[in-house]
Design a protein around this ligand. Structure first.
Ligand code: CA
Length: 223
């Protein structure tokens, strides 16, 4: 989601060299805070909002597995990547079973760590591969809108995102502020939504998106 705030990452790592080093590696993508033991890590994880957590397996006071288990027991679903010792399959399994979303073995590659964090924090992971919109099928990843009668329309990335968001919940009215917050930068003019709706109607059909006067936009009939 585009917001003013940068994504925030909590790193729970007790190693006095690896902790600051990892924080530095991730500082380009996240505002990073470091906790040096499992208990203060758990406290910070539960009392503040984080985009993701990176948790070392072996930690003082409360180990990484115990910390992740306690986090999940508390109903907290923040994505977690656990750092394990090289080659220890048992540690990887323990981490995933405790509720981690992914793991990496030390020593790790910085680029891979950043890519894995992007993967576990990605927004559209759970979205269906194809969405149905009247006589059309949208493949958001391929930015293609196919007609059931044959033929297709190519969309820009932003047009596909907007259409996928509306089509993801047919019948629901999305307000402009909602669509703005999810799809555009806060500094963009709110009129940008109307501009994209206009583009889509021109490309596809006038009726592809309904205007709900005074509220926003929707796909399909109100239910
Ligand atoms: Ca450690």
């Amino acid at each position: 989601m585009h917001t003013n705030e940068r994504p925030r990452l909590l790193l729970v790592e007790d190693d006095p060299v690896l902790g600051p080093l990892t924080a530095q590696l991730l500082a380009g993508d996240y505002d990073v805070e470091v906790a040096a033991d499992g208990q203060s890590g758990l406290h910070l994880a539960l009392t503040r909002e984080w985009t993701a957590l990176v948790v070392d397996r072996g930690l003082p006071v409360m180990d990484g597995i115990e910390m992740i288990r306690a986090l999940r027991r508390a109903g907290n679903g923040t994505p977690v990547l656990v750092l394990t010792a090289l080659g220890s399959t048992a540690e990887k399994i323990a981490g995933l079973d405790a509720g981690a979303n992914d793991y990496m073995a030390k020593p790790f590659d910085a680029g891979e760590l950043r890519a894995r964090l992007r993967a576990i924090t990605r927004r559209f992971d759970a979205a269906p591969a194809r969405l149905s919109i009247g006589d059309w099928t949208l493949d958001p990843a391929g930015r293609l809108l196919r007609s059931i009668y044959g033929g297709h329309v190519e969309l820009t990335a932003k047009e596909a995102e907007l259409l996928a968001m509306l089509a993801g919940e047919p019948g629901r009215v999305f307000t402009r502020p909602e669509l703005m917050a999810a799809l555009f930068h806060p500094q963009d003019s709110p009129g940008v939504i109307d501009t994209y709706v206009h583009y889509l109607r021109k490309k596809v059909s006038k009726s592809v998106i309904r205007t709900v006067h005074g509220s926003g936009y929707q796909i399909g009939d109100a239910s």
